[in-house]
Design a protein around this ligand. Structure first.
Ligand SMILES: [Zn+2]
Length: 156
């Protein structure tokens, strides 16, 4: 039996999941599938500029695994840019980072922020500072892959 793949922790889901080169007819357009965990590796290392050790820690994986993920991601993106292919972001082995839920006692607005980002100072809706952890917040982890193809994380 193959060893179960370790769950990769992802804190950011993409707003846009499909990129298509302009002027290439759909009939000859090739697709590259970039996984959600590969995009997260790009976000942490290339956009936030984290060292691979730090980025691996955030995703809850080894540095070796992180190195493989980001190498694969770079190769796919390069292939898309150089060869004019479409890029689709979907699937992957991941779980969403755990979130904390807060509630504003002034306007009843409820919102979530990932762990490790610090306590919010004010309500994003009405700017009131009378905010507390929401009662139903138990630090749950959301199911991986929601809305992005099948997440195949073994934890669930
Ligand atoms: Zn409020």
């Amino acid at each position: 039996m193959p060893r179960p793949r370790h769950c990769r922790r992802v804190a950011h889901l993409p707003q846009v999941t499909f990129y298509k080169p302009q002027g290439v007819p759909l009939s000859i357009l090739q697709h590259i599938a970039l996984t959600v965990d590969e995009l997260e590796a790009i976000r942490l290392a290339d956009l936030q500029g984290l060292y691979q050790e730090q980025a691996a820690e955030q995703m809850n994986i080894s540095r070796q695994t992180f190195g493989r993920i980001i190498e694969s991601a770079h190769k796919k993106i390069a292939d898309a840019l150089v060869n004019g292919k479409a890029l689709k972001i979907e699937g992957g082995v991941y779980t969403m980072a755990e979130v904390r839920k807060f509630k504003c006692y002034a306007c009843n607005y409820v919102w979530e922020i990932p762990y490790g980002t610090g306590r919010p100072q004010e309500c994003p809706q009405c700017k009131n500072t009378n905010i507390h952890r929401a009662e139903d917040d138990r630090g749950y982890a959301r199911r991986g892959g929601h809305g992005f193809g099948r997440g195949r994380c073994g934890r669930f």
